[in-house]
Design a protein around this ligand. Structure first.
Ligand code: KIV
Length: 284
């Protein structure tokens, strides 16, 4: 029987019943298939695809076209999982009508279940407008990669009382604006716990500790594919970088030694057709 897709109400119930939600990023059809098979509660088509798929240094160059294209592939791979489209840099910062229009594109073209955007107080009008447009929208605070330049790099946030208080205030404003959930990135667990306790909506963590209502990880980190750097909060559950390189090396070695393809990898001619071909060639 096909898995039942989670709804916003299911996710809220999971928070209320203290059942952690687990989600992961995916950027393509086959990863999405595996994520659905593994029973992920949600999949994020993160703009981290800029780094994990396209090899950019950050997420700033990522475009709407890329995000929609990858979200469509993920939707096809995971038709029964709650999929979140990530709004890329400049798709919501310039104006509120832009934000609503671009959020709407994710729903219409990629059939996502929700969108996510980065920022605190300064994106509250956008969150409100998207929610008022009837769309599910998630906030994202703490380390917000699209503004990593302003933050001085990919650094943990909210480590002092003042900066933690600012984040907690942002969290409350985002809830008030109509977000259905909040993602908190690279923040001390104690700060995330305060948010989780003060907010009615689910508060999820990526690098914000065990107390959140659920955890997100980047698929390329979980699989041990991403090579550029490893954030403190990452746990690699596999080493696919090594396994993939080993497989490619073995393939190359077998071709070079004349061991591949072996007879079992070759198609057979229909019985009796080879002598007929030889005869045909003789007379041509
Ligand atoms: O793009 C992404 O994958 C994200 C996570 C880093 C939270 O936004």
């Amino acid at each position: 029987m096909a898995k039942q897709k989670r709804s916003r109400l299911d996710l809220q119930k999971m928070k209320d019943e203290k059942q952690p939600a687990v989600w992961i990023t995916a950027y393509d059809f086959w990863t999405a298939q595996f994520a659905e098979k593994a029973g992920m509660d949600m999949i994020l088509v993160g703009d981290s695809l800029g780094m994990c798929i396209y090899g950019y240094e950050g997420t700033v160059p990522v475009t709407m076209a890329q995000c929609i294209y990858h979200s469509e592939a993920v939707r096809r791979g995971a038709p029964n999982t709650f999929v979140i489209g990530d709004m890329p840099f400049l798709s919501y910062q310039v104006s509120i009508p832009d934000a609503v229009q671009n959020a709407g594109r994710f729903f219409k073209e990629a059939r996502v279940d929700a969108v996510k955007l980065e920022g605190g107080q300064r994106v509250v009008p956008q969150i409100k407008a998207i929610a008022d447009g009837g769309m599910l929208v998630m906030g994202h605070i703490g380390l917000t990669p699209q503004s990593s330049g302003q933050l001085g790099g990919f650094k943990a946030q909210g480590r002092t009382a003042e900066t933690a208080k600012e984040l907690i205030d942002d969290a409350l404003l985002i809830q008030e604006a109509g977000a259905f959930a909040l993602l908190v990135e690279a923040v001390p667990p104690e700060v995330c716990e305060i948010m989780k306790n003060r907010l009615k909506i689910p508060v999820y963590s990526i690098g914000a500790g065990i107390h959140a209502d659920g955890q997100l990880m980047i698929c390329s980190d979980v699989l041990g594919i991403f090579q550029a750097f490893t954030p403190k909060f990452v746990k690699k559950y596999e080493n696919l970088a090594q396994k993939t390189t080993d497989a490619f090396l073995k393939y190359a070695e077998e071709v070079r030694k004349g061991e591949f393809p072996a007879p079992e990898h070759a198609y057979k001619m229909v019985d009796g057709e080879l002598p007929r071909l030889e005869a045909l060639l003789k007379h041509s």
